[in-house]
Design a protein around this ligand. Structure first.
Ligand code: KDG
Length: 316
């Protein structure tokens, strides 16, 4: 079963209240997207945040992206062991506080990338998109290789998955966005179902799992419901969204207006994932009255998305 979730700021404001009013109980914290950019946490900060959310009946179920995972780790550079030790301490702290899921990604050097953030969609709403032809600096970054990234992620998983198991925390790897071979010349490896097979095989444990970012899987050109069923109980976290186009040239869509059969996708989640997997709307259109200063993460589109998700869940 999936549980509707929302990214919320790491301190209370009306968005906490809106979540509760819509009956959403699971909070995802990702201050690089919504918040102050914080990406390192000590035990007391996590405990304080978790207690604060609990006081208003919200559960801190995922820390996403904004975590102490460095490019020294992603690139297997000298010093990575020190950084991995820091990451292990973070996992143990999450476990002690009772945070069940940590979402991470393997996008070295360049975070998720878009070439357009003001693309007009339904009723003059604004969405983001990517067109590789418009990406500047597309030479090859000679300092990074695919083998290096694979060595580094396999080393990381060997080191940290046993700690995640002990701590009772599930790791959930987000796909590269966009899921192409390289972005601005920097190679990408987490861009296909085959890549995920290799990641899951690197350490066979329910604690080594996937963030099924649906828009990225749609961009990979796969059959989305079949792929959800295939990965099943290794899906530890879900990003719900859709795109029109291909991995190297796409626009994001409204949740009810993309090419993916969203009801079939929801049915697949309900049948295939483990209990209580958090599912959050991912990037949403910027709507009337919003200034598009944080493309994909304004509030009105997420209210619409939660209503749509709840309808799909009832139908599924
Ligand atoms: O690119 C996406 O689809 C995202 O959801 C971006 C997020 O910041 C994600 O956490 C990347 O790690």
């Amino acid at each position: 079963m999936v549980q509707p979730a929302l990214i919320l700021p790491p301190g209370p404001d009306t968005r906490w209240q809106l979540a509760r009013q819509m009956g959403v109980e699971q909070a995802v914290i990702h201050p690089l997207e919504i918040g102050n950019g914080k990406s390192d946490w000590d035990y007391n900060e996590l405990l304080h945040l978790s207690n604060w959310l609990q006081e208003v009946d919200l559960e801190l179920s995922v820390i996403e992206g904004s975590i102490p995972l460095t490019d020294r780790i992603r690139l297997g550079k000298p010093g990575r062991d020190e950084d991995i030790d820091r990451f292990k301490r973070f996992l143990r702290d999450c476990g002690s506080v009772g945070i069940p899921v940590v979402c991470y990604d393997w996008m070295a050097k360049v975070r998720w990338a878009r070439t357009g953030a003001h693309i007009e969609s339904r009723g003059e709403s604004l969405v983001t998109g990517y067109n590789d032809a418009k990406m500047t600096g597309n030479g090859t970054d000679e300092t990074v290789t695919r083998d290096q990234l694979w060595e580094a992620i396999e080393y990381f998983l060997e080191e940290v998955t046993p700690v995640a198991e002990e701590a009772g925390v599930k790791l959930a790897l987000h796909p590269d966005d966009p899921p192409i071979e390289s972005v601005q010349g920097v190679p990408r490896i987490v861009n296909s179902p085959e890549a995920y097979e290799r990641v899951l095989d690197a350490y066979d444990s329910p604690h080594n799992g996937i963030t099924f970012c649906q828009g990225n899987f749609a961009a990979m050109g796969v059959d989305v419901p079949a792929t959800i069923r295939h990965f099943g109980d290794r899906i530890n976290f879900i990003h719900f969204r859709d795109v029109r186009g291909e991995a190297d040239n796409f626009v994001e869509t409204w949740h009810d207006d993309g090419p993916t059969d969203m009801l079939e996708a929801m049915r697949a989640y309900q049948e295939a994932v483990d209990e209580d997997v958090p599912l959050r709307p991912d990037h949403v259109p910027t709507m009337a009255g919003e200034d598009n200063s944080n493309p994909g993460y304004h509030t009105n589109g997420r209210l619409f998305a939660i209503g749509y998700i709840k309808g799909l869940l009832e139908q599924a």
